[in-house]
Design a protein around this ligand. Structure first.
Ligand code: CP3
Length: 341
């Protein structure tokens, strides 16, 4: 059994008592850091960086050394799963991800395979192993995957979108095909998460970034059942569910076999605790834009947030990923304010 020197984040996720509130920052490894931009330039592209285990490990550790956060998160992307299923993506500068092929019919669906993580995602598993070695037990490592519904959105739409209307169209026009695709994604996601855990991930987070485009009824039909399968399959480590915009699904998510639930900044903290009950850890939820404010503002808003969440069953974080043009010193101020609380 691995012994961690600082295990407060893992303890909080499991509902054990902590000495202080643990903190990490979504998108902590990335463009806010000049040292990241340097390594990324050396790699030539985002995908070049993400598929190079040594460099991916290096940028994973950068925010750990710089900010003193209580967890590392492996540097990768949620879109590696569709790629491993046979649907490759490109990352276009300034524009984001693009899939040259999309899934719109049964014929398209039949071209997909089940991901074999040990082969198709070996570069992520190798990066995890390097990070674990370099951390030598300092703090836990978070593994992650996209929620099946969010991955479905990209595989059907083929790119980012404000509405994901093509992806939503299938929910109405051919719900059976949507379910078949969601099930395929779920199967690959479960084997990928298990492989990350076997490689050394100490907990995992599921990002349902586009949850907020669904109605409550659609969320119950097209997202929750697949999240449930994941939660029921991953029993060795804590699972955090982060469904951005799904304020309407908080009580439903609380019924799943997860350890923690991530909140975005639209979700009222006390209302969330009431809906979720006492038996799940909450994570979040400072508006990332708060970090555009001056240091006094960052400090004041962070303390306000901490007072509402309380010290136990809580992991401090932002309500979504940090934006690329935010000053890293403001992120440091956020982290330091949590640690001093
Ligand atoms: O530090 C960390 O949080 C780990 C790294 C991480 C990345 N992507 C790296 C990345 C994580 C956890 C993700 C998850 C991810 N990727 C999500 C879910 C989280 C969320 O933000 O809701 C989503 C929806 C994606 C898909 C994705 N990847 C988009 C839409 C984009 C383009 C927009 C953007 O943020 O640039 C990416 C690219 C991406 N993923 C970058 C990074 C650092 C930027 C690429 C670059 O460096 O040029």
């Amino acid at each position: 059994m691995e012994v961690l020197k600082n295990d407060r984040l893992l303890r909080a996720a499991k509902g054990l008592e902590v000495d202080q509130v643990p903190v990490w920052v979504m998108r902590q490894a990335g463009r806010i850091l000049p040292e990241y931009r340097e390594v990324r330039a050396k790699a030539g592209s985002f995908i070049g960086l993400a598929t190079n285990p040594e460099l991916a490990a290096e940028v994973t550790l950068q925010p750990v050394d710089r900010f003193g956060v209580d967890a590392a998160i492996i540097f990768s992307d949620i879109l590696v799963v569709p790629e491993a299923m046979g649907l490759p993506y490109l990352m276009e500068e300034q524009k984001g991800p693009v899939f040259p092929n999309v899934i719109r019919s049964l014929k398209d669906l039949d071209t997909l395979k089940d991901a074999n993580p040990e082969e198709d995602l070996k570069y992520v598993l190798d990066a995890i192993k390097i990070v674990k070695k370099e951390l030598s037990g300092r703090i836990p490592l978070i593994g992650f995957a996209g929620a099946p519904f969010t991955i479905y959105c990209y595989m059907v739409e083929g790119k980012g979108s404000k509405t994901f209307s093509q992806a939503k169209k299938m929910l109405y026009a051919d719900p059976q095909l949507a379910h078949q695709l969601l099930q395929k994604i779920t199967d690959s996601t479960i084997s990928y998460l298990k492989a990350q855990i076997a490689a050394g991930a100490n907990l995992v987070q599921i990002f349902d970034s586009w949850a907020g485009i669904l109605s409550p009824q659609q969320y119950s039909e097209f997202s929750t059942p697949y999240l449930k399968q994941i939660c029921d399959a991953i029993l060795d480590v804590p699972v955090t569910l982060f469904a951005k915009g799904a304020f309407f699904a908080r009580a439903e998510m609380a019924q799943l076999n997860c350890s923690a639930i991530g909140l975005d900044w639209n979700m009222d903290i006390r209302e969330s605790r009431n809906l979720v009950g006492p038996n799940k850890t909450l994570q979040g939820n400072l508006d990332p834009c708060t970090l555009y404010g001056d240091f006094a503002t960052v400090k004041r808003e962070t303390i306000k947030m901490l007072e509402q969440f309380g010290k136990q069953r809580y992991i401090a974080n932002l309500g979504h990923g940090v934006y690329p043009d935010i000053d890293p010193d403001k992120v440091q101020c956020f982290v330091d304010t949590v640690k001093a609380f």
